[in-house]
Design a protein around this ligand. Structure first.
Ligand SMILES: Cc1ncc(COP(=O)(O)O)c(C=O)c1O
Length: 419
């Protein structure tokens, strides 16, 4: 059933004459929250945030310049304007969680309850993880683990990360520990990259729909916005599959943002994509990277689901597997253990970048986002343990895990058939 549509916190224009596409029915992005109210915020965030869509009904929505504060409405007398916005983001998310927690689904006790499909968390492998993490080699107490670390992460861990990524990303040459920074998850990494790559009010392009929390990740500290590159479920013109990202769409969004006076500094690619589950082919990846290079854009490639591709036939390739990246100094790769290892509470993420200025600036922020020495040690043990644990116990049982997901999926769809 169609739902009432909120007004959009994104401004959008028709394509510039240079990049005209076949026109068709307009649509509102599903991820956009409601009406515009930026009370008293212009002094900090500039007046460029409050632009409304000016689009004829028959024009397709091609891009949108995000206004994360579009629905903001709760100044606190105790907080700065910035603090009020930060708190408001939390409150907005909490509302949903509160509703969910008050009526959680339970197979027996509350079969009509709410199922949280908004949090992507793998809870099926706790037995394997608890067994491995309880082994005696996981606890080590030595002075270096209790002292201030190298903020990029202990070298022993960065060596393991480099070797792990070289193996699983199938990099043409071994990856280097000096290009690795470790910190507490991809969310922090988005936040750090936004802060060190952009000025306040600048923006990143992002294909939409996308994992929505990125809007907060780049905005809360960095005051960086997102320019959505809207993808379409309908296949038209030169497209070969639904939600296809093309260089033409990237160009249109970029030119549209520029025409609105928004400076775009980078492109975010999520591969495998969340929520679409799409995978970019090496050819597509290279086209997007070439596009970014032509416009001197940084590319942040979020590969947090890299090892959760179970169909070999789809041919997933990490960006780090490509021979000769078009612009290695502006290509920054992210991975974390939240999804592939089912450890979202451990808070481990990693950046791989050849750009030493970027690595150093992010490392400087790791003073606030770093990992404790003990967690670094445990992670190194886990990543190192390729033969005994990962290959024999983790990735082999993922076949069982895969079938567990399948049967869970089947059970869910039996109970809640798609409408
Ligand atoms: C695409 C994507 N990137 C990053 C994250 C967050 O990762 P982390 O738990 O490492 O902060 C998520 C979590 O859902 C995600 O879906």
């Amino acid at each position: 059933m169609p739902r009432p549509r909120p007004s959009s916190p994104y401004s959008a224009r028709s394509p510039s004459p240079m990049f005209s596409l076949p026109q068709k029915e307009s649509r509102t992005p599903t991820t956009c929250p409601g009406s515009v109210s930026t009370r008293g915020l212009h002094s900090i965030y500039g007046d460029g945030l409050e632009r409304e869509a000016s689009r004829k009904p028959d024009q397709k929505l091609l891009y949108g310049v995000g206004d994360p504060t579009a629905m903001f409405s709760s100044d606190s007398p105790h907080l700065s304007s910035r603090g009020s916005i930060i708190k408001w983001f939390w409150d907005s998310a909490e509302q949903g969680y509160r509703t969910y927690h008050m009526d959680e689904y339970d197979e027996d006790k509350n079969p009509g309850g709410i199922i949280n499909l908004g949090t992507s968390e793998n809870k099926l492998c706790f037995d394997l993880l608890s067994r491995r993490l309880s082994q005696s080699d996981m606890l080590r107490v030595e002075p270096s683990l209790l002292q201030y670390p190298d903020w990029r992460g202990h070298l022993f861990l960065r060596e393991e990360v480099a070797s792990f990524l070289s193996f699983y990303c199938k990099s043409p040459a071994p990856l280097k520990p000096e290009n690795v920074v470790v910190l507490n998850g991809c969310a922090s990494l988005f936040s750090a990259l936004a802060t060190v790559l952009c000025e306040v009010g600048e923006a990143f392009l992002i294909p939409a729909p996308y994992y929505g929390a990125i809007m907060q990740h780049v905005y809360l500290y960095g005051n960086v916005r997102l320019v959505c590159v809207y993808l379409d479920s309908e296949v038209t013109g030169l497209e070969t599959h639904p939600f296809q990202l093309t260089v033409e769409k990237l160009e249109m969004a970029l030119q549209g943002a520029i025409s609105e006076g928004v400076k775009v500094k980078g492109l975010i690619l999520i591969n495998p994509q969340n929520p679409l589950g799409d995978i970019y082919s090496p050819g597509e990846l290279r086209e997007y990277l070439e596009f970014a290079k032509r416009h001197a854009l940084h590319v942040m490639v979020d590969e947090v689901y890299m090892l959760s591709v179970f169909e070999e036939s789809v041919g997933y390739r990490s960006v780090l597997s490509l021979e000769g990246l078009p612009d290695p100094q502006r290509t920054h790769v992210m991975w974390a253990t939240s999804k592939d290892f089912g450890m979202s509470g451990l808070r481990f993420g990693t950046l791989y970048t050849e750009n030493q200025d970027v690595a150093t600036a992010v490392a400087s922020l790791c003073r606030y986002h770093g990992l404790s020495g003990f967690v670094q040690y445990q992670m190194a043990q886990l990543l190192r343990d390729r033969d005994e644990w990962r290959n024999k116990l983790w990735f082999i049982p993922t076949v069982e895990y895969h079938s567990a997901i399948k049967s869970t999926g089947t059970r869910l769809s039996q109970r809640h058939p798609a409408e």
